[in-house]
Write a protein that binds this ligand. Sequence first.
Ligand code: SF4
Length: 330
Amino acid sequence: MNDNLLTVNNLVKRFDISGGFLEQLAFENGKLIRKHTIVRALNDVSFTISSGETFSVVGESGCGKSTLARTILGLYPPESGEIYYSKKRIDNLSSNKMLPYRSKMQMIFQDPYASLNPRKTVHQTLEEPILFHKKSISKKEVREKISEVMMQVGIDPLWGRRYPHEFSGGQRQRISIARALMVDPEFIVADEPVSALDVSIQAQILNLLMDAQKERGLTYMFITHDLSVVEHISTRVAVMYLGVLCELAPAKELFTSPKHPYTQALLSAIPRVGEQRSGHIKLRGEVPTPINLPSGCVFSARCPYASEICKKEKPQLKNVGNNHFISCFL
Ligand code: SF4
């Protein structure tokens, strides 16, 4: 593994969902006041990703993992915090200055049915990013590049004139991967890349991504709610809950020795062939709303080990050895 490719320091992202002036008005103690409703999507998130690694971010829906991915790629401006790519700060760059990084950092979306333009052929879909990022490229070079990438993802280059509806879900996801590879990226964020696919196709797409990583030296950030997907492909895994990083560890270490109570509960829910479900940890209550986060530890309302201090103070992410970080007073 090489140097840090991506560094995220104390990243905070909030969304103001107050709506218009009239929607903000509310009565409180008999007075008419203007109320702002803020979703706290990312709360002081810090980590690094080394060049060549597969870094997975897992957590339930609404934990902030997709917001994290989009903020890193510059699709959302952060509230505060810093993002460095190859030691260069990128969170404060203008759109123009961000352009060279956009070709190095690509994204694969969850839904291959929605992420491809139904009116564009495969050829048109694949030529779009390369024509945008490499203005001086010739038509011949574009054609050659499209053939090369289509072959790499297992789609016959002769199908370049077909439209997305003529392909299956797995083939469409291969085309989405091809689109990301067209500009020779270094870093790919894959947001739930296999969750919309049949189980039999999931392994093929994961294998394709792993092969592309070996051939091109890619660095991946995988976003998923499915821990079983990341177990065998990840170098390190980060677990998020309500916009907070609860645990971060090398994949093997996290799956064999989870330390945070939330990770323990998540892992206990993975069905294993030949194992009894007696160890399944059932969490009490619902996930609190990110509009009204609990004070202290964000997991305190559902944690079976919560004590008084957990309700008052926020635990910080600490290294407990073997590059295993947890944010828990235990
Ligand atoms: Fe549970 Fe307290 Fe640890 Fe939070 S800090 S996970 S509430 S024990």
